[in-house]
Design a protein around this ligand. Structure first.
Ligand SMILES: [Zn+2]
Ligand SMILES: [Zn+2]
Length: 154
């Protein structure tokens, strides 16, 4: 990853933005964003996943700190949040290289797959236009059962 990669720029802007606000970029924030950068866009992690991954790299960050940091990174636009049907949340790197996409979420195991669809964007545009709203983006979360969960009887 070269110094001018989008992820590097993301990290640089993160630093400068936080400096402008007079906040230090804490090691935890860097560590968590770094984790997402490392795995790249298109991977959806829960706060618990982040916790486990940090523990496996010998980083001791509490789950509460991870939750707080994830919220902050979402608020700053560095991560996207995907809401699961049962109230869980997954987080993914927000990247210009990663196109507008939608999610298929397994309601049992939380497996999350992405798909692209112009129809969803068009549907959003049509709906917004009809009542005079200006579209910013349309995302669509589909509740579903993944193949392995379909095999389980319940
Ligand atoms: Zn996604
Ligand atoms: Zn499943």
């Amino acid at each position: 990853m070269g110094p001018s990669s989008p992820l590097q720029r993301l990290s640089d802007s993160l630093q400068s933005e936080w400096h402008q606000e007079g906040r230090r970029v804490t090691p935890q924030r860097k560590k968590i964003l770094g984790l997402f950068e490392e795995i790249g866009s298109g991977t959806h992690l829960s706060a618990e996943d982040v916790h486990h991954k940090l523990i496996s790299c010998n980083s001791k960050v509490s789950l509460a700190t991870i939750y707080r940091t994830l919220r902050l990174l979402v608020g700053k636009g560095f991560l996207n949040e995907v809401e699961l049907s049962e109230g869980g949340h997954r987080f993914e790197l927000s990247s210009q290289e990663h196109p507008d996409h939608h999610h298929l979420v397994c309601i049992r195991c939380g497996r999350t797959e992405e798909f692209e669809s112009d129809y969803v964007i068009q549907a959003g545009e049509i709906a917004a236009e009809a009542i005079g709203f200006k579209l910013i983006d349309s995302t669509f979360n589909v509740r579903a059962l993944c193949p392995s969960c379909q095999e389980l009887n319940y």
